[in-house]
Ligand binder design. Sequence first.
Ligand code: DSN
Length: 426
Amino acid sequence: MQRDTVIFDLIDKELERQRKGIELIASENFTSLQVIQAMGTSLTNKYAEGYPGRRYYGGCEVIDQIEQLAIDRIKEVFNCEYANVQPHSGAQANAALMLAILQPGDKILGLDLSMGGHLTHGSPVNFSGKLYQPHFYTVKNDTGLIDYEMLEEKARAEKPKLIIAGASAYSRDIDYPRIRKVADEIGAFVMCDMAHPAGLIAKGLLSSPFDHCHFVTSTTHKTLRGPRGGIILMKKDFENPFGLKDLKGNTRMMSNLLDMAVFPGTQGGPLEHVIAAKAVAFGELLTDEYTTYITQVQKNAQAMAKAFVAKDYNIISGGTDNHLMLIDLRNKNISGKKAQETLDKAHITLNKNAVPYDDKSPFVTSGIRVGVPAVTTRGMKEEHMQTIVDLIDKVLMNVDDEAVINSVKEEVFTFMAQFPLYPELP
Ligand code: DSN
């Protein structure tokens, strides 16, 4: 077959874009080359519906070993009893989890999307807000911190079946014991969606949700630095409280309900080439090299936050405990949209983001979200964060000056040339 040069040329262009620019999207990262290599393999050819040792197709003896290694490694990373590595994404992981424990119309309580939450935590445009009855807690206007009093009040008033901890634009640690306490009081499950800070949790740099949440979900491609995908974890398996039994009359364990909710509940054939790449990344998580990396992520985020504050940028909550920060640009008279679009021209990539109590629409927004996992993978240290903030500031102070934006772009290219990305690739 003729090589598809059209697509491969575009793939080369995308790699070039990634190499030359400053990547600050908080949910992105650069995997190792071996993670990419595992994905581009013959494993994509294989159907393996089911789980290791209990598949619906023949020829799964190799696939079984790969998937089992992925399971074993991620269980070791988080010291937990149960892992399902098949969810195609974080959203799929959350969908399966909710399918396993909720009925349509059941109430759920999560952090409002406009306050830093996530679509799958009850947004009306998402399955979670359509199938279930969503209720929300917020962050406090004055501190930017989660309003735990409101969470407790809503929990007691609405008695949701599920309380969701976790966020996609929140820079502080989370008080899981406090959430569990009110959940126990009303008989609710607690899940943590740790998609963003998972890597920091893995290495003890943030509080662990595992002892306090019945379920933990995550993506695998953010701070965990694996391929795009999702996982569902439980520190301890337990008997399902719904009285569901298997064909032999034994009460099914939650692990069994979760497995069934992923397949056949919400997915078909697992992406075994991605699961192999997850296994590779999970192996990397167990190394000292990864611990050094993720520790540097936290240091870089703090250095960057300090540099922004020194230039009078308003960081929600005043700083960061994790890998990201949310910046309110209203004192700079620039919208999030304008900031994102102008920074893009200088090859500095980040996303516009609503800030708490935003008066602008989600398409415009008053803020930007900035994260350091990707630039830390490129090898940057605290001192480089100052350079990045200087470059961002230069663009944002000159949004209508093409000459300045172009000169920053050239500075970005020169700066990034020091930090090679996939030097083994052409
Ligand atoms: N889209 C992801 C993020 O950027 O945080 C969340 O799913």
